[in-house]
Ligand binder design. Structure first.
Ligand code: SF4
Ligand code: SF4
Length: 483
């Protein structure tokens, strides 16, 4: 049977004008030389015989160069070589069965436990997934505050599930996390004590709305090396649109002085801001300027609000486009900074560059239900913090452990190979269908691919690939930080 060549699965992009491929099967980035570009162009969208391919390039490249380019492209799977059947029999189209996915053979150890120490909050943000119109938790049947015993059991659960990991991450979350400062303090002291006995390092962090960052709490955070993320949406006008107290009063004037105090302290772990973007608050660049340049956050990360599409604040198509343009503006600035040896604080691009550099190819969109789990105030264990308290997304309890049958079933159903919508998408090694919570909110089904933002994800991933390629061309040593 004659051999034919066909293009493999890749996404072509340019890094500072140089041709690159993002290879879908391996999630690797590959720089092309002139002969390789010509080979791929000559193959185009058809199947071609080796002799025809060589002949079509013979006036531009010596034969040995074409041969070695083809060999290399086949090796990296940018070109597929296959045997073409002679006079293939006409057969009825095969019935395509749903792909069978087996759960990962090796259990992924738990490395991050997000402990919801309270479901209560002193703010009343309109878009909140805990209290807002899209809430999925059965908060009313659970205690509003986690008690000390459950917090300690959560710590024991994390160590027990962490296998032979030498380091674990304990993250406190809410509601407003600091409303249960008393218990999280006890939990961290206990974790550090048990960690020392077990020879495991404990990295601690928390997310707060910033309203309760009193000086003594800031002292404790600094002394205990607790990483802090402040949920903040920008300057006064931007923040006060949605991040309001129960009486409707904006929270900026309460939070800003606390944050300034926090940022003036010497913290081993850098303090970041996490911004929720809504249809009414999409001026990413001005939010960034305020939080990074004026307030001095070490890094600023943005995420579109997770909500059903009918909500007034949901970002729709044109909003995703506007958001993309602003992300691209900051990504270009990030590149400029990187080439000049300066640190830029836009964490969305940094995080994606790291994933690209590490060649991450995700079986699942995030670690939820594997290396990351969330705990509700009563000790129920869920996929992640956003599902903590939801009985339908429960995987076990901190006292009884993980229900392995539930976990395996969940991992099987959510594997990227089970998402037929994503099977032809070049961005799937990095996206893998997107956040389960977003899917649940948009489609009522955690298994559903987040098809409402595919164009945005692909465009943003392409932008990050271009930034990556440009850095690789001009200042490759910058990328060593991601090794
Ligand atoms: S959700 Fe969309 S962008 Fe993400 S992998 Fe699936 S098809 Fe691709
Ligand atoms: S499911 Fe969504 S919210 Fe939960 S960890 Fe994954 S990406 Fe984050």
């Amino acid at each position: 049977m004659p051999t034919l060549f066909r293009r493999g699965e890749f996404h072509a992009f340019a890094g500072d004008g140089a041709p690159y491929l993002y290879l879908v099967p391996s999630a690797a980035v590959f720089r092309l030389d002139d002969a390789s570009v010509a080979v791929l162009d000559a193959i185009g969208d058809r199947d071609i015989a080796p002799a025809d391919l060589a002949r079509s390039l013979s006036d531009r490249f010596p034969l040995p160069d074409v041969k070695s380019a083809i060999e290399e492209l086949v090796r990296i799977r940018a070109v597929k070589a296959f045997e073409a059947p002679v006079n293939p029999p006409i057969a009825p189209a095969p019935v395509v069965a749903a792909p069978m996915v087996t759960p990962p053979k090796k259990r992924v150890p738990l490395t991050t436990l997000v402990v919801n120490v309270t479901s209560k909050c002193n703010l009343s943000c309109t878009y909140c997934y805990e209290y807002g119109e899209d809430k999925i938790t059965e908060a009313s049947t659970k205690p509003r505050f986690m008690d000390e015993a459950t917090a300690k059991q959560s710590v024991d659960f994390l160590f027990a599930e962490s296998g032979d990991q030498q380091s674990v991450n304990l993250t406190f979350f809410g509601g407003e996390t600091l409303l249960n400062y008393k218990v999280l303090k006890v939990a961290l002291a206990y974790a550090r004590e048990r960690g020392a006995e077990l020879g495991k390092r404990v990295e601690a962090s928390l997310t707060t709305n910033g309203t309760l960052l009193r000086p003594e709490i800031i002292d404790w955070l600094a002394e205990n090396d607790v990483g802090v993320t402040v949920s903040m949406d920008g300057n006064k006008e931007q923040q006060d649109q949605f991040r309001v107290f129960k009486n409707g009063m904006g929270s900026y004037d309460t939070i800003a002085p606390n944050v300034k105090d926090l940022l003036s302290r010497k913290m081993r772990r850098p303090v970041g801001a996490r911004v929720t973007l809504t249809k009414q608050n999409l001026d990413v660049v001005s939010i960034y300027r305020h939080l990074a340049d004026e307030m001095g956050f070490y890094e600023v990360g943005f995420a579109p609000v997770t909500t059903s599409w009918q909500r007034d604040y949901a970002i729709q198509d044109e909003g995703f486009f506007a958001m993309l343009e602003q992300f691209q503006f900051l990504a270009a600035e990030y590149l400029e900074f990187a080439l000049a040896g300066k640190r830029h604080r836009f964490s969305n691009v940094r995080d994606t560059l790291e994933e690209i550099h590490k060649g991450l190819s995700k079986s699942h969109p995030c670690g939820a239900g594997m290396g990351l789990m969330g705990v509700a105030t009563d000790g129920d264990v869920a996929l992640c913090h956003r599902f903590a308290g939801s009985d339908t997304h429960k995987l076990g309890t901190v006292s009884g452990g993980v229900d392995r049958a539930l976990q395996d079933d969940y991992l099987t159903r959510h594997h990227i190979e089970s998402k037929t919508d994503c099977s032809k998408c070049w961005a799937r090694p990095l996206c893998a269908g997107g956040c389960y919570h977003e899917a649940h909110t948009r489609y009522g089904d955690t298994q559903h691919a987040n098809l409402h933002y595919c164009e945005w994800i692909r465009s943003w991933t392409n932008t990050c690939l271009e930034v990556y390629g440009a850095i690789a061309e001009k200042r490759p040593e910058f990328l060593q930080q991601f090794d």
